[in-house]
Design a binder for this molecule. Structure first.
Ligand code: ZN
Length: 65
């Protein structure tokens, strides 16, 4: 698994990379702050995101739900 940290709120995600037989273009938003965590355009896509550490919103310092 690969690890990804949100640059805005610090949430940490694990994910896996998967190869598709077709090209896909999409992006994954942070579940805590909505920041674009990662975007892809091709046949190798990140999938099965798992939040392992919640982020902290800088606006009010509250943890995401
Ligand atoms: Zn975030």
């Amino acid at each position: 698994m690969k690890k990804l940290t949100c640059s805005i709120c610090g949430a940490i995600y694990l994910y896996e990379e998967e190869r598709l037989i077709y090209r896909d273009k999409d992006e994954k938003n942070c579940e805590c702050c909505g920041n674009i965590l990662i975007s892809w355009n091709g046949s190798k896509i990140p999938t099965r995101f798992k939040l392992i550490k919640e982020g902290v919103k800088k606006s009010n310092d509250s943890f995401c739900e």
